[in-house]
Design a protein around this ligand. Structure first.
Ligand code: PGA
Length: 252
């Protein structure tokens, strides 16, 4: 059975005190939830990872990083390596978020190297991808998504896919208040699974969790999560509010 996941990407929000408080509040608000086969994840910014890990101890909440550099170490001012993350207890890293692609020039090719570093270091990634509005309008969205996956992930061996969580995030739906309809999400997720099956096999395709991201809110989460190929969500704005994030977790 595929694991269900609700992950909150905090982006460049919450200082140390705010991060700890949000985790404390979230711990309390999900305490009574059963959450069988379900992971709850938050991604604070780098400087708050250690204190967030401490705050999340003895709870269901997993703390993950928002990015990572592919090199082992060296002259890369401002960057963070896999080893540094592992040394403080991080096991999972978000890669390829559209904001990283747009503002920091990350490409499928550079992301392929980061994914390799994830596998080498026995980490796990939540790998983000998705089409722009113009791709959707010109009905190129399937081709764009297929090429993103091919260029960044399809060089991996089948066995490496146990370390991959996919997050389909149509760029036009991120932080815009506009969501893909549950049908659009399902259609794309089913397509993604079909190309993974074609490249690898049915087992890999069936096992990989595919999250939807883009303006997920408590009001639309249940409908989106009810679709058979949607295994959860990567949440931005709504993850910053404990009631909203809890509402989304309850929807799964
Ligand atoms: P949003 O962000 O929920 O604020 O649209 C989603 C994301 O960036 O992962």
């Amino acid at each position: 059975m595929r694991t269900k996941i609700v992950a909150g990407n905090w982006k460049m929000n919450n200082n140390k005190k705010e991060s700890k408080q949000l985790i404390k509040d979230l711990k309390k608000s999900i305490k009574k939830e059963k959450l069988e086969n379900t992971r709850v994840i938050v991604a604070p910014t780098f400087v708050n990872l250690s204190s967030s890990l401490k705050a999340a101890k003895y709870s269901k909440i997993e703390v993950v990083a928002q990015n990572m550099h592919q090199a082992k170490n060296g002259a890369y001012t401002g960057e963070i390596s896999a080893d540094m993350l592992k040394a403080i207890g991080i096991k999972t890293v978000i890669l390829g978020h559209s904001e990283r692609r747009t503002y920091f020039n990350e490409t499928d090719e550079s992301l392929a190297k980061k994914v390799d570093a994830i596998i080498e270091n026995e980490l796990e990634t939540i790998f983000c991808f998705g089409e722009l509005l113009e791709d959707r309008k010109s009905e190129n969205h399937f081709a764009v998504v297929e090429s993103q996956l091919k260029n960044a992930l399809f060089h991996l061996e089948a066995g490496a896919w146990k370390s991959i969580i996919l997050a389909y995030e149509p760029v036009w739906a991120i932080g815009t208040g506009e969501t893909a309809s549950a049908e659009q999400a399902q259609e794309m997720h089913a397509f993604i699974r079909s190309i993974i099956e074609k490249k690898y096999n049915k087992e890999v395709a069936d096992e990989v969790s595919i999250l939807y991201g883009g303006s997920v809110k408590p009001a639309n989460a249940e409908e989106i999560f009810s679709k058979p190929d949607v295994d959860g969500g990567l949440i931005g704005g709504a993850a910053l509010n404990v009631d909203d994030f809890t509402g989304i977790i309850k929807a799964i």
